[in-house]
Design a protein around this ligand. Structure first.
Ligand SMILES: CC(C)(COP(=O)(O)OP(=O)(O)OC[C@H]1O[C@@H](n2cnc3c(N)ncnc32)[C@H](O)[C@@H]1OP(=O)(O)O)[C@@H](O)C(=O)NCCC(=O)NCCS
Length: 183
């Protein structure tokens, strides 16, 4: 996982404690300044121009990033890899777990993927704890990493007879046709 990915932009989304939003001009320098030895140990040198899916905001400031990437070779169809980093002074407050939950919400609304995947180094205790906290399932090894996955919420519910799902663009046409037929 890198700090680079461009796909559908993440709208400003918050749970009241932690917020995520698409990066703005100037954020790249802040993200670079926020790197520390833990970042380098587990994520390498990092990009010279980080453009993650979302910055993590707390106390009105950028405090890290989270990113999703559906293009890694090790992923199966429908899977998307999620990564994250928090600046050191903002760790231990729940912001990473909450930001990933918000990104999962974005991915669920986006409807393009069905499974979130983490690839976490075996010695990255804080990240392993995050995977457990968010209820990800341990699904084996991937080189020096442990692989975790969790289904994204489908946002479709059915009792076998009636189904409710999110609106689609074509629904408007069908609604108008039904009204025409009534008149
Ligand atoms: C991985 C990483 C993001 C985890 O950060 P973290 O701060 O431990 O994770 P969270 O932000 O979710 O915080 C969880 C902690 O905050 C606590 N917490 C405090 N207030 C909280 C709140 N309001 N809501 C939720 N949790 C809260 C939790 O109890 C937990 O504490 P614990 O670790 O003592 O159990 C961080 O270590 C990091 O940036 N590492 C370097 C980059 C990296 O390794 N990325 C992942 C590569 S796979």
């Amino acid at each position: 996982m890198t700090e680079e990915h461009t796909a559908s932009p993440v709208s400003l989304t918050t749970d009241g404690h932690t917020t995520i939003r698409a990066p703005l001009p100037g954020d790249a320098a802040t993200l670079i300044a926020g790197r520390d030895t833990q970042f380098n140990l587990f994520m390498g040198e990092g990009s010279a121009d980080p453009q993650p899916s979302a910055c993590i905001i707390a106390d009105g400031q950028v405090v890290g990033w989270t990113d999703y990437d559906p293009d890694l070779n090790c992923l199966e169809s429908g899977e998307v890899n999620i990564g994250y980093n928090l600046f050191p002074t903002y760790r231990g407050k729940g912001h990473a777990s909450r930001a990933v939950q918000l990104l999962i919400h974005h991915l669920a609304l986006d409807g393009m993927h069905d499974t979130a995947v983490f690839l976490i180094r075996k010695d990255n205790k804080a990240s392993l704890a995050l995977a457990e906290r968010l209820g990800f399932e341990h699904t084996g090894g991937e080189g020096e990493n442990i692989r975790f996955k969790k289904s994204l919420p489908s946002l479709t519910y059915t009792d076998g007879i009636v189904t409710i799902r999110r609106r689609q663009l074509t629904d408007l046409d069908e609604d108008l046709t039904a009204k025409d037929n009534e008149q």
